[in-house]
Design a protein around this ligand. Structure first.
Ligand SMILES: [Zn+2]
Length: 97
């Protein structure tokens, strides 16, 4: 599964496959998302939704206004329940490689 960008309330956030600084499956850093290679489609989607959640918090100006642990719980829980209940497909053509 692949996705080259997300549209977060009008802000285009690049998504690339690569190494993460801390060895996690994904990271949101400098307004871009990086996801490690080799994840299953489901793990990729959970990771993309999780990191997209951080991008969303940044976009709406909440990053830094709530505790980082609280933000982690919210984005992980949201990513998990979405993927537990829905099959998601990308709107843009670069979305699924
Ligand atoms: Zn996180």
């Amino acid at each position: 599964m692949n996705c080259d960008s997300l549209n977060i309330l009008g802000r285009i956030v690049p998504v690339k496959i690569g190494e993460t600084d801390d060895g996690n499956c994904g990271e949101y850093h400098k307004k871009a998302i990086t996801i490690i290679d080799g994840l299953s489609d489901e793990d990729f989607m959970v990771t993309l939704l999780h990191e997209g959640g951080h991008a969303f918090f940044d976009r709406i100006g909440l990053t830094g206004h709530i505790h980082s642990t609280t933000e982690e719980v919210i984005v992980e829980g949201f990513a998990t329940w979405i993927t537990e209940n829905f099959d998601i497909r990308f709107k843009n053509e670069g979305g699924r490689g």
